[in-house]
Design a protein around this ligand. Structure first.
Ligand SMILES: [Cu+2]
Length: 134
């Protein structure tokens, strides 16, 4: 009887621990957006996507999510996604998302970057490439 009770409690504790661990490390899924949406996550280590392809003349939505919290002294947890040549820039709040929808007007390969954290756009990790195809 004692063994049974002990086993039951042990199993309960294992499941509770597992549940807490999973909920602590998983992030809620982002809501689905209409259109051609490209999700990009950024933290102090850089962007999780380094190369994206889009079509010229077709609207695209960039959803930028910052994984950093507001306790970061460098940039306060905010990150940016910007492309000078396409006139596009969006800033995500700490642990939040923000979107920008634009229509690439020219074909080419351009650099996207974050100019907020870690030395700004000179930082090679906070950069990527956007390829606009015809
Ligand atoms: Cu950044």
């Amino acid at each position: 009887m004692r063994l049974l009770a002990f086993s039951a409690i042990a199993i309960l504790v294992i499941f509770a621990t597992g549940y807490l661990l999973v909920s602590a490390f998983s992030r809620p899924a982002l809501p689905k957006l209409p259109g051609n949406v490209i999700d990009i996550r950024a933290d102090m280590g850089g962007f999780d996507v380094q190369k994206i392809r889009v079509k010229v003349g077709q609207p695209v939505t960039i959803r930028l999510t910052s994984l950093d919290n507001s306790h970061h002294t460098d940039g306060g947890g905010k990150h940016q996604w910007a492309v000078d040549e396409l006139n596009a820039s969006v800033i995500a709040p700490p642990e939040g998302s923000n979107t920008i929808t634009f229509t690439p007007a020219r074909v080419g390969e351009f650099v996207f970057y974050c100019d907020i954290c870690c030395g700004g756009r000179a930082n090679p990790t906070m950069q990527g490439k956007i390829i606009v195809e015809s």
